[in-house]
Write a protein that binds this ligand. Structure first.
Ligand code: IMP
Ligand code: MG
Length: 184
């Protein structure tokens, strides 16, 4: 039996098999870039947890892991532009690491933009960004993102870490949420 009724979804946007291919390609690119480096992969809670777990296991270079609590979203579904950061790696421990901030999806870009300033101000030496998914049509902040998995259309998606009201993070694929769920 399906965990959630398939009628909750408009369509499957990235099936499980394609996610595996995308993650494995990204892991290869990242491993090439960070060979011989001290790397800290830093996931943005909570959405990055599934992607990051798969990503670091596909990488062929060692990485330490950490999480940051940051959001540019209030309780609604559009970005405020302000980034709230509540939990982050200790610069005394990780200051000389190359940091790869990892998220499930790049949307307006405000979260990454805010984090770049934050990490620089704290004294971290190098910060790059990685997102599994990207909605380029939605971009507001000008932030270079070195590693992008897959560009998707401007629709609200869930699964593989992505949520709607904390639901659907536990799906193995990425799906567009049906309008009837969004308008509930
Ligand atoms: P940004 O700061 O606008 O780039 O926001 C990125 C964050 O917004 C992600 O970490 C997600 O938490 C959330 N987000 C953006 N688009 C979606 C979506 O389609 N589904 C679920 N969460 C989303
Ligand atoms: Mg998020």
């Amino acid at each position: 039996m399906d965990k959630y009724p398939m009628s909750d979804f408009k369509k499957i946007v990235v099936p499980e098999g394609e996610i595996k291919q995308v993650v494995s390609r990204l892991a290869g690119e990242i491993s090439g870039h960070y060979a011989e480096k001290k790397l800290l992969v830093c996931g943005i809670l909570k959405g990055a947890f599934v992607f990051m777990a798969d990503l670091v296991r596909h990488m062929t270079v060692p990485a330490q892991v950490s999480f940051i609590k940051a959001s540019s979203y209030g309780s609604g579904s559009s970005s405020s532009g302000e980034v709230k950061i509540e939990q982050f790696p200790d610069v005394a421990v990780y200051g000389d690491f190359d940091i790869l901030v990892t998220d499930d999806i790049l949307d307006t870009g405000h979260t990454f933009f805010g984090l770049r300033d934050f990490f620089a101000a704290k004294g971290f030496s190098s910060v790059e960004f990685c997102a599994l998914l990207d909605k380029p049509e939605r971009r507001e902040a000008d932030i270079p993102v070195k590693f992008i998995g897959k560009q998707i259309a401007n629709e609200f998606v869930v699964g593989y870490g992505l949520d709607y009201g904390e639901k659907y993070r536990d799906l193995p694929f990425v799906a567009a949420l049906d309008d009837k769920i969004i308008n509930l």
